[in-house]
Design a protein around this ligand. Structure first.
Ligand SMILES: C[S@@+](CC[C@H](N)C(=O)[O-])C[C@H]1O[C@@H](n2cnc3c(N)ncnc32)[C@H](O)[C@@H]1O
Length: 341
């Protein structure tokens, strides 16, 4: 019930296209502390962030010196909808830049922040925002969920380092998954329940037990369906998953249609099996590219990219893996990089 409420809430965010889910500071700090080494001397861009309320702007401006940043740029989207939480009611969208503390109080004072007007509405796709993107080394934000595909495509096109929040469902978008498969994108440190929740506007419907007013009076929704996406290295990616189980043809049965075995839980991965294994998408949270190779997904079999996985002579369905006639949940196909993990 609670899970449905949350998924429904995120679905609402996507379908309403309002995307007004605001990130709390502690969630930003909890993730960003794992990437400190990447920021020395860098220009950071937060390009979906109203500096008046964005905790991304807050985090980077207050930690500017600690992270040894060179420059912080923030662009603010102005939407026609005056109801928006971000209250973007100013005549124009703005962008601002900060070069660090000048007066020695280590606080970003208003006179140290350059606020400038944008010609357009601050859409991250607009030429003036793309110009700012080109000046950045690293982009960090929580972009609108409904524009995630376009947002990610822009990061890749402009060859940027990034750390962004998205929904867990975005993993199964074919463009996202292909980047993950090619090791050009991975999941960050915190996901799902590790997020404390998102702040939502007053008009946002508060469904079920996942919605609450927190101790500071903020309207919050929890999320069990969110993760960080990044192309910056982190320590978790290099942790080897310890495998305990031995391969057992009963516990690890062959699929009806694919040349692979079913491993329904990441904890059940066998330590002595060198062939292809089907695993749930949650595996990505434990994925170490030195230990495992991602061969593809069931979607890749369906589209023909991974047709070699279909059993010889199989004439039945290939839309998903099937086990004893039962259609499985979405599966990734992986194999160990080394014979013994
Ligand atoms: C999920 S909210 C997150 C806000 C903020 N980054 C944070 O984490 O607190 C996404 C933000 O993107 C803004 N937005 C929506 N469409 C946009 C666009 N095309 N370009 C830039 N920002 C956009 C929304 O107004 C909203 O403030």
């Amino acid at each position: 019930m609670a899970r449905n409420a949350t998924n429904q809430t995120l679905k609402n965010a996507r379908s309403s296209k309002s995307d007004e889910f605001y990130t709390v500071l502690s969630d930003i700090e909890k993730e960003l502390k794992h990437y400190r080494q990447h920021f020395d001397g860098k220009t950071v861009l937060c390009n979906c962030d109203d500096p008046r309320i964005s905790n991304f702007f807050h985090y980077f401006s207050y930690n500017f010196e600690k992270l040894k940043l060179k420059r912080l740029i923030t662009t603010c989207y102005k939407n026609d909808n005056v109801d928006l939480f971000s209250q973007n009611q100013a005549e124009k969208a703005i962008w601002l830049e900060y070069f660090g503390d000048k007066n020695g109080n280590l606080v970003p004072d208003i006179n140290e922040i350059g606020v400038k007007n944008l010609d357009g509405d601050g859409d991250f796709r607009s030429p003036e925002c793309v110009k700012l993107l080109e000046q950045a080394d690293i982009v960090v934000t929580n972009p609108p969920f409904s524009l995630f595909r376009e947002y990610l495509a822009q990061m890749i096109k402009h060859d940027k380092k990034f750390l962004i929040i998205g929904t867990w469902n975005a993993i199964s978008y074919k463009e996202t998954f292909e980047l993950i498969r090619q090791n050009k994108l991975w999941i960050g440190i915190n996901s799902n329940r590790n997020f404390s929740g998102f702040i939502v506007p007053d008009h946002y419907p508060m469904h079920g037990s996942e919605a609450r007013i927190d101790k500071d009076g903020r309207r919050m929704v929890s999320s069990n369906n969110t993760c960080w996406f990044t192309n910056m290295d982190n320590e978790k990616r290099h942790e080897r998953l310890i495998l305990y189980r031995n391969y057992d043809p009963v516990a690890h049965p062959d699929y009806d249609n694919f040349k692979a075995i079913e491993v329904g839980r990441v904890n059940d991965l066998p330590k002595d099996y060198d062939g292809i294994m089907g695993v749930p998408i949650t595996f990505l949270d434990k994925y170490n590219p030195d230990q495992f190779e991602i061969v593809g997904s069931d979607y890749d079999v369906k589209t023909g990219r991974l047709s070699k996985l279909v059993k010889d002579g199989w004439l039945g369905k290939v839309d998903r893996a099937y086990l004893n006639g039962k259609r499985m949940y979405a599966r990734l196909f992986i194999r160990k990089r080394r014979p013994i993990a």
